[in-house]
Design a protein around this ligand. Structure first.
Ligand SMILES: [Zn+2]
Length: 302
């Protein structure tokens, strides 16, 4: 049973939107690629874990927790019959080697040792559980999910699951036929209660409204090349046709994600949706789909 589904992080969503509306710097591009790659790896891991959804265990994804003023993240956690399984998912691709407790990408580029990340995470997780009156056995593993990953000199005594082992591993877990106990539920509920929605270590770049390309885009392919005719638009790029109101609504949602502190007003949306001729269309839409706050020129929408 999927207790907490995985969603794209706010950081990744924001960068994805930014990349469409401004030229990212090389540093921003790198961050975007890293986050995207990580997310893809986690989604791939989830697809394997789907096998377990029918069975009786609790799956919690993307937990952000804190203990003793230290924040840590768990990519994936399974709670089943008094046991917890914790996974650090890595989407490394290509040839790596392991030497003197260190990880290198070939030929000789040192990367963070995922085993160190895992043991830090595991130790903090144990502390957190203990602090809340739980002491279940915890099995923690690093999962290398990418089928094109090779680790030369891999240690045999470390908790690593390789791409060639995942299917077997999941089937093995499934065969245990675990049952969810009341105590499992208690642990899951406690973790959800402690889970923090906002990541404190956001590395998002700073950007301003003025820097971004304005206009509404095709919902299908995100092209700015659209032709508006009456209440419909047609995309010149992919020929998709849709009600213009849908595209405006999407644009407003984008605005809310990119600028959560800005008040949504008719004028702001009008500027953002550059190309929509009538302000009346926009204010009508805002009145229909959002809650109006304030009056006259102080009006904004939530
Ligand atoms: Zn299109």
């Amino acid at each position: 049973m999927l207790y907490q589904p995985r969603t794209k992080s706010q950081e990744l969503t924001t960068l994805e939107l930014l990349s469409k509306r401004k030229n990212l710097t090389s540093q921003e591009k790198q961050l975007y690629l890293n986050l995207e790659k990580g997310y893809e790896g986690e989604k791939l891991f989830d697809r394997y874990m789907e096998e377990l959804l029918q069975s009786d265990c609790l799956i919690l994804n993307d937990l952000l927790l804190q203990v003793n003023n230290t924040t840590f993240q768990i990519d994936s956690l399974i709670i089943a019959q008094g046991k917890t399984y914790l996974y650090e998912v890595k989407n490394h691709e290509g040839d790596y080697y392991y030497q003197s407790d260190k990880f290198f990408k070939k030929p000789n580029f040192e990367v963070v040792n995922p085993l160190h990340q895992l043991s830090r995470c595991e130790s903090l997780f144990r502390q957190l559980l203990l602090k809340n009156g739980f002491n279940p056995p915890t099995h923690a593993s690093v999962v290398f999910i990418n089928p094109n990953f090779t680790l030369y000199g891999a240690p045999r005594d470390k908790p690593i699951i390789f791409p060639t082992q995942i299917e077997w591993y999941v089937n093995n877990l499934k065969a245990k036929n675990y049952k969810v106990t009341d105590r499992d539920m208690k642990i899951a509920n406690k973790l959800m209660e402690l889970h923090q929605a906002d990541t404190p270590f956001s590395q998002l770049p700073h950007f301003e409204f003025e820097q971004l390309q304005k206009g509404i885009v095709c919902s299908e392919c995100y092209s700015f090349s659209i032709v508006i005719e009456k209440s419909l638009y047609t995309c010149k790029h992919c020929h998709y046709k849709e009600k213009i109101t849908n595209a405006i609504l999407n644009a407003i949602r984008e605005l809310q994600i990119l600028f959560p502190d800005k008040k949504i007003t008719t004028n702001l949306v009008y500027d953002w949706c550059k190309g929509i001729k009538s302000k009346k269309t926009i204010s009508r839409m805002l009145n229909t789909h959002f809650k109006k706050v304030g009056e006259h020129r102080w009006t904004y929408y939530e």
